[in-house]
Design a protein around this ligand. Structure first.
Ligand code: E4P
Length: 216
C-alpha cells in the first residue's frame, strides 16, 4: 500500500520524506490556509521535495472555473494531481481533465455509488473520508470495503485513497482490505512507527550493551 502524507506543512513533508517511505502528498484548502501561504507557492515547493503524486485542490465549484484552475495547477509540475470535489460539475470536469491527460483525485466521497461515478468519469484516485464518517456515527472503513468490492466487480482502474485518517487502526484496516493508498497526517505517521515494547526492548538492549563494553 502506498503511504501519502496529508499536510501542506513543508517541514512535515521534509521530515516524512527523510524516512524514505513517502510515496506522495495530499493537500486541501484547509491545510493550505493553515500554513498561511499561497496555494501555488506551497505546491511548487512540495513538488520540489517529493517526486510522487502531489494533490492540490481546486477552489472553484463550477465546471468552467474548475477546468481553468485545474489546468493552472497541473502546470506547476508533472506530478501534480488535481483534487476535484464530488459534485455534478466536478464529475464533468474529471471527465474532461482525464481526456486531457491530467490526473485527478476526486475528494469528499462519502458513498460507494459516488465512488463508482467518479471511476466512470475517469478519476485517477477516489478519496473516501473515513474519519469524518466515524465522526457522525458511521463506520468509515465500511465505505472503503464497499468501494473495493465494487471496483473489483468491474475491474476499475481508479485507485482507492483512504483519506481523513485519524489513527493507526485506520491504516491497518486499509492495509488488510487492500486499499491502494492511505493519506496520513504527520502525527499519525509517528504513531505508526512507535510501539511501547520496542522502546522497552531497546532500553534493555542499550543497558546490556553497556555491560558488554565494560567487560571487553
Ligand atoms: C484528503 O485528501 C483530505 O485532505 C483529508 O484527509 C481530510 O482529512 P480531515 O477529515 O482530517 O480534515
Amino acid at each position: 500500500m502506498k503511504l501519502f502524507i496529508d499536510t501542506a506543512d513543508v517541514q512535515e513533508i521534509r521530515d516524512a520524506a527523510s524516512l524514505g517511505l513517502l510515496d506522495g502528498v495530499t493537500t486541501n484548502p484547509t491545510l493550505v490556509a493553515r500554513v498561511g501561504r499561497p496555494m501555488r507557492e506551497v505546491l511548487t515547493e512540495i513538488c520540489e521535495i517529493v517526486s510522487g503524486p502531489v494533490s492540490g485542490e481546486v477552489l472553484a465549484t463550477t465546471y468552467d472555473e474548475m477546468l481553468v484552475e485545474a489546468r493552472e495547477l497541473a502546470s506547476i509540475a508533472p506530478n501534480i494531481v488535481v483534487k476535484i470535489p464530488l459534485i455534478a460539475d466536478g464529475l464533468r470536469a474529471v471527465k474532461t481533465l482525464t481526456q486531457e491527460g491530467i490526473k485527478t483525485n476526486v475528494t469528499l466521497c462519502f458513498s460507494p455509488i459516488q465512488a463508482m461515478l467518479a471511476a466512470k468519469a475517469g478519476a485517477t484516485y477516489i478519496s473516501p473520508f473515513v474519519g469524518r464518517l466515524d465522526d457522525v456515527g458511521h463506520e468509515g472503513m465500511e465505505l472503503v470495503d464497499q468501494i473495493l468490492e465494487i471496483y473489483g466487480n468491474y475491474e476499475v482502474d481508479t485507485q482507492v485513497l483512504v483519506a481523513s485518517v485519524r489513527s493507526p487502526n485506520h491504516v491497518l484496516t486499509a492495509m488488510r482490505m487492500g486499499a491502494d493508498v492511505a493519506t496520513i497526517p504527520f502525527n499519525v505517521i509517528g504513531q505508526l512507527i512507535k510501539h511501547p515494547l520496542t522502546d522497552v526492548g531497546l532500553a534493555r538492549f542499550i543497558e546490556d550493551g553497556r555491560k558488554i563494553k565494560q567487560e571487553a
